[in-house]
Design a protein around this ligand. Structure first.
Ligand code: ATP
Length: 362
């Protein structure tokens, strides 16, 4: 069993604390992705698991071992780096087998492990080449091969696809997923790319300023973000936010905001929101939820500034009152800059947050 448990882990560099006490449990065989903006502490967290960075306080367990004070070589983790970190003077086979050779593994055993890894990663034809004669994707596969042959308890990936072009990144995304499905090794993967996180992870951990904002499976993050930070971070294009307040009148509950925004709240959602009437709240609407077909759907008035035709549909970018707003519209729509359009909202897909705390309220 190779679960990873971080308990009250902190990290300070000098007087600057970059990770306040952080708890995270990663299950055996789970593929967890740490995601967040630059500088939020994901790499530092990963390096603490690897032992490349010492935790200032707290404990780290891998399986049934407390590894907090173990040096990296004794933790049985394999790390794959963004820059591949291959030895340029060695062949692919030598690069993959190097760690085993250093540990004194018999030659025949190394050869078998290297051949097996090369087969899994489609590198069989390149075993005698030097890294300089490989493409970026092939180099990254060699780096992954080197990690595989160690048969680690845990794979650690630090932005492994960042140096690849967009097409290759998508291909390698799938390869790493399939590899995980095949090897079933616990994996912790760091990226700043939320699409990569959503498409690869069993569970995504969204970090911000050293803290975990939310840890959940991708669909839960998308459908039920815990707060404004996660709501804004997950999803592309980003969720729209309108600041206003909830009011209760004769006709039921409404969300009111600048720009003549008055959105009727469906009864089934009003009950939960009742406690927040009169308070400053933020309404979140994803661009893909602005094509309600119900004739009674509430609308907001979008003043269009630009149009982005994407093929299947078009994005209309502009403002609703003072707020920037992006709406998805039919590809056939004949709208253009300076038009004002009524955007029908899918009320079941609306998100509400309390402005003061940023926390989701319904
Ligand atoms: P990125 O996506 O840009 O790699 P990240 O989320 O991985 O960002 P970290 O590299 O973990 O972020 O850095 C977290 C914070 O710790 C940053 O503010 C960074 O400047 C700081 N930091 C990291 N390493 C050191 C160091 N050796 N000395 C001082 N500060 C550091």
């Amino acid at each position: 069993m190779s679960q990873v448990r971080l308990q009250q882990i902190t990290k300070s560099f000098g007087s600057v604390t970059v990770i306040p006490p952080l708890d995270l449990d990663i299950a055996d065989r789970e593929f967890v992705v740490l995601v967040g903006p630059s500088g939020c502490g994901k790499t530092t967290t990963l390096r603490m698991i690897a032992g490349l960075e010492t935790a200032t306080s707290g404990s780290i367990r891998i399986g049934d071992r407390d590894v907090t004070d173990l040096r990296p070589g004794l933790r049985n983790c394999s790390m794959v780096f963004q820059n591949y970190a291959l030895y340029p003077h060695m062949t692919v086979a030598e690069n993959i087998g190097y760690g085993m050779k250093v540990r004194g593994t018999p030659k025949a055993e190394i050869e078998k492990a290297v051949t097996d890894a090369a087969r899994i990663l489609n590198l069989g034809a390149y075993l005698n080449r030097k890294p300089s004669a490989l493409s970026g994707g092939q180099r990254q596969r060699v780096a992954i091969g080197r990690a595989i042959v160690r048969q680690p308890d845990v794979f650690l990936f630090d932005e492994p696809l960042s140096n690849l072009d967009a097409k290759l990144r998508i291909e390698m995304r799938t390869e790493i997923k399939l590899l995980h499905r095949r090897l079933q090794t616990t994996a912790v993967y760091v990226t700043h790319d939320q699409v990569e996180a959503m498409t690869m992870a069993d569970r995504v951990v969204v970090m911000n300023q050293g803290r975990i904002e939310q840890a959940a499976d991708p669909i839960t993050l998308y459908e039920a973000p815990a707060n404004l930070f996660v709501a804004a971070f997950i999803g592309a294009p980003s969720m729209n936010f309108l600041e206003g307040r909830l009011e209760r009148g004769d006709g039921g509950m409404q969300f009111i905001a600048d720009g003549d925004v008055a959105v009727a709240i469906p009864e089934n959602r009003a009950e939960k929101l009742g406690a927040y009437v009169g308070k400053a709240v933020v309404l979140g609407i994803r661009p893909e939820h602005t094509m309600a077909t119900d004739a009674n759907a509430p609308t907001v008035r979008l003043i269009v500034r630009d149009i982005e035709p994407l093929g299947p549909h078009t994005l209309a970018l502009g403002r609703v009152g003072p707020a920037a707003f992006t709406a998805q519209v039919h590809a056939a729509s004949r709208i253009g800059p300076d038009d004002q359009i009524a955007v029908p909202i899918e009320t079941e897909k609306m998100h509400f947050f309390l402005k003061e705390t940023g926390g989701a309220i319904g």
